[in-house]
Design a protein around this ligand. Structure first.
Ligand code: 5GP
Length: 195
């Protein structure tokens, strides 16, 4: 029989997805820095590092050729082209090892990746990070200032489709405040956020 949703299961993988610019990266950075009990997967990506991003910490930055090799070798648990541009994926071996160790595993990935995980790891827990409002999402995307106008427009198109997917998820967290949203997420994962 399936376990009730409230029963914590440490070895269960949690997927955090949500529209672009909702603050998934900020929430996962907060979790990386404040909840060492959470094991955060390091994705591989073909995009270039942004200022301050460290290879092996924020992402594993790889060439398109290396990414293709990883896919062909079956090393990716999921992967997707995000915003029609770069490829991002979750390396399988490190996630398998963390699950085998009984760790609280968190994957911060896009919607396409979340759908693939639903196929390959149906027992995973799916959490949708939502913006307080559409206007707030637009403000965050433009305020970040890291993308060109053309790229911002492309990402907003993606975000509209992604917002419509909320009902596919087990839980929704509104990212009104990073610290609060992070605490709600770890509680869902079965961790006491007050330690
Ligand atoms: P950014 O380029 O802003 O770091 O990330 C762009 C998007 O890629 C975000 O929506 C992020 O969730 C997604 N992403 C990051 N890592 C992965 C991954 O391993 N797999 C998938 N499918 N998406 C990812």
């Amino acid at each position: 029989m399936a376990q009730p949703e409230t029963q914590p299961n440490p070895a269960r993988v949690t997927v955090l997805a949500g529209p672009t610019a909702v603050g998934k990266g900020t929430v996962s950075t907060f979790i990386r820095e404040n909840y060492p009990e959470v094991w955060l997967s390091v994705s591989a990506t073909t995009r270039d590092p942004r200022p301050g991003e460290v290879d092996g910490v924020h992402y594993q930055f790889v060439s398109p050729e290396e990414f293709r090799r990883m896919i062909d070798a079956g090393e990716m648990l999921e992967y997707a082209v995000v915003h029609g541009q770069n490829t991002y994926g979750t390396p399988r071996a490190s996630v398998d090892a963390a699950v085998a160790d009984g760790k609280h595993v968190l994957l911060e990935i896009d919607l396409q990746g979340a759908r693939q995980i639903r196929e390959t790891l149906p027992e995973a827990r799916f959490v949708f990070l939502a913006p307080p409002s559409w206007d707030e999402l637009v403000a965050r995307l433009i305020g970040r200032g890291t993308e060109s106008e053309e790229e911002q427009a492309r990402r907003l198109e993606t975000a509209k489709k992604e917002l419509a997917a909320e009902s596919e998820f087990d839980h929704t967290i509104v990212n009104d405040e990073v610290e609060r949203a992070a605490a709600e997420l770890v509680r869902i994962m079965g961790i006491d956020p007050t330690h």
